[in-house]
Design a protein around this ligand. Structure first.
Ligand SMILES: *Cc1c(COP(=O)(O)O)cnc(C)c1O
Length: 406
């Protein structure tokens, strides 16, 4: 063993020495958390409005989640898909009872859940209509993951540049613009893929008119409607899934992020009829549906899917929006605050274009964690169970951060 591995004082500089440079993390290194508070390895505390990018929906160190993980850790961790297991069956039972879906496929991340969905729409169309019906339409600025297929379905060219040759049969319409979809959809379209609120693309909610129009165009052309609810799912918008508040039902839904409260798990939900195209051998995952992840996710589901928790998301949202608007006016930084539930975006005004990262860095200096969504939106995705006291403290810190740069 070299002396190097006995190193006890790791810093941000170590990252540059030993990690592939595809990220640019903060200088602070968080070490532990409790509720919506996090402490770094130097003992500084932060109010967490980032939630690990909309993942830790029940905060850090939640007793029910810790218990579920520890209980399952004492039983069995992994079996492979040669066997099924009780936590997975229980979770799939709950998800199908609570949603439009009849069937569940488990994955380990949002990108994998989407990869399964995008393969399934092709397979279903192939089985039921023939190979000509293979085109997938999604929307500009959308984000669906980082595998090669999912970046191509995503609508941000910067994520595909340099990775050519790319998979084909994918095109992009304008979000919230029905004419633009109408112009390219046809009987060759096998699916339309959309986020109910574009997350990475800047926290842009779909209008009700648009979602209903998309559903109608899909029906007209026998195309499946896929909702990517990786970011909007599991209570984030004040509904278990965002579609439930939109008057539209998708054919396939993908979910991940908050689903494990920080433990990696994702899923694709669909109907019996569509699921029938994934016969044995057509798709799979070594870890997907493993007992450890499913046990934690069961506890997340039970804690979040209550009328009280979902209502509290809307109450907290209103409170945060009002204060962000106030801060935006006082320091002349935001032109609007948008989003749904606890997925919120403060949109930078003309003066601050391209400078969202300055706000998160000022936040770290003032003890609050926020996110960006693109270069012009400051994003907040706090835990759904964040307390009033944590909200108040965090927003006071955020105001100080804004004051320091504005
Ligand atoms: C985060 C995200 C993904 C990708 O999820 P990973 O777990 O990072 O693979 C896909 N779609 C949406 C809408 C997301 O927000």
């Amino acid at each position: 063993m070299s002396d190097k591995s006995a190193h006890s004082n790791y810093t941000r500089a170590t990252f540059d020495e030993v990690m592939v440079p595809n990220y640019n993390p903060a200088t602070i290194i968080p070490e532990r958390g409790d509720g919506s508070r996090v402490w770094d390895q130097d003992g500084n505390d932060y109010v967490d409005f980032a939630g690990g990018i909309a993942v830790t929906a029940l905060g850090h160190n939640h007793p029910a989640l810790v218990k579920a993980l520890k209980d399952q850790a004492d039983k069995i961790w992994h079996l492979s898909n040669v066997f099924t297991n009780k936590p997975a069956l229980e979770l799939a039972d709950k998800l199908t009872k609570a949603t439009f879906a009849d069937k569940v496929f488990f994955a380990n991340s949002g990108g994998e859940a989407n990869e399964a969905a995008f393969k399934l729409v092709r397979k279903y169309a192939h089985d039921n209509f023939g190979p000509e019906k293979s085109e997938i339409i999604s929307f500009k600025q959308s984000f669906h993951g980082r595998t090669l297929f999912t970046v191509c379905v995503g609508g941000q060219p910067k994520y595909t540049e340099g990775f050519e040759p790319l998979p084909g049969g994918i095109s992009h319409a304008e979000y919230n613009n029905l004419q633009s979809l109408e112009a390219i959809i046809s009987d060759k379209t096998c699916a339309v893929v959309m986020e109910p609120v574009q997350g990475e693309g800047g926290i842009v909610p779909a209008t009700e008119e648009f979602v209903k129009g998309v559903r109608a165009l899909c029906d007209k052309h026998n195309a499946l409607l896929v909702f990517d609810e990786v970011q909007t799912g599991v209570g984030r918008t004040g509904h278990l899934y965002a579609y439930m508040g939109m008057g539209v039902t998708p054919d396939i839904l993908t979910t991940a992020k908050a689903m494990g409260g920080g433990f990696p798990i994702g899923a694709m939900l669909t109907t019996d009829k569509i699921a029938a195209s994934f016969v044995p051998g057509t798709h799979g995952s070594t870890y997907g549906g493993n007992p450890l992840g499913c046990a934690v996710s069961n506890a997340v589901f039970d804690t979040i899917n209550t009328p009280e928790m979902l209502q509290s998301v809307l109450d907290k949202s209103a409170k945060i929006v009002a204060r962000l608007e106030e801060i935006g006016k006082k320091y002349d930084v935001f032109s609007s605050v948008r989003g749904r539930g606890l997925l919120l975006g403060a949109v930078l005004n003309e003066k601050w274009q391209g400078k969202a990262r300055q706000f998160i860095e000022a936040g770290w200096q003032h003890g609050v964690m926020v996110l960006v969504a693109g270069m012009n939106v400051v994003r907040l995705a706090p835990a759904l169970n964040i307390t009033d006291e944590e909200i108040e403290d965090g927003l006071n810190r955020f105001e100080k951060a804004v004051a320091s740069i504005a």
